[in-house]
Design a protein around this ligand. Structure first.
Ligand SMILES: [Zn+2]
Ligand SMILES: [Zn+2]
Ligand SMILES: [Zn+2]
Length: 140
């Protein structure tokens, strides 16, 4: 009943997560932790044991523990650690009037009104089943 396993924490300098008094460079923590976390199944987060198949995925995940946010939205300067979150966020700033995408079937319409009409005719409960976009709402 003794612990002879080396815990990952023993390998990291001080306490890696953000509260550390010493200024640990979060980028460094990320690099070290993703190296230490390598295991047979993939890459294990040393903080919460979650397994990632790719080192990159783990690195991004580790940012949720360190609070490391190296990415910045160019529009509003909001900071992000996860590139996919940044991408999602950046899209919110894009007001592209020429494209409206149906979030149900993915069809892209040219105008917002077309999208509304598309949704009304194809995805509204009223027209469930026998759906036709001919004649719905008539001509506008
Ligand atoms: Zn984790
Ligand atoms: Zn932004
Ligand atoms: Zn649709």
């Amino acid at each position: 009943m003794h612990q002879d396993r080396i815990m990952p924490y023993d390998v990291l300098p001080a306490n890696a997560p953000a509260e550390s008094e010493k200024k640990t460079d979060p980028a460094e923590v990320e690099t070290r932790a993703s190296e230490i976390g390598k295991c047979n199944e993939g890459y294990r987060c040393i903080f919460c044991n979650k397994i990632y198949s790719r080192k990159y995925g783990l690195r991004i995940h580790i940012r949720t523990h360190t609070g490391y946010k190296p990415l910045t939205c160019k529009v509003c300067e909001h900071r992000f650690g996860d590139p996919s979150n940044l991408n999602k966020h950046v899209r919110l700033h894009v007001t592209d009037d020429s494209r409206y995408k149906c979030d149900i079937c993915g069809k892209v319409l040219v105008r917002r009104r077309d999208l509304e009409r598309h949704k009304n005719s194809w995805h509204s409960e009223k027209n469930d089943g026998n759906v036709s976009d001919v004649g719905v709402n008539g001509a506008t």
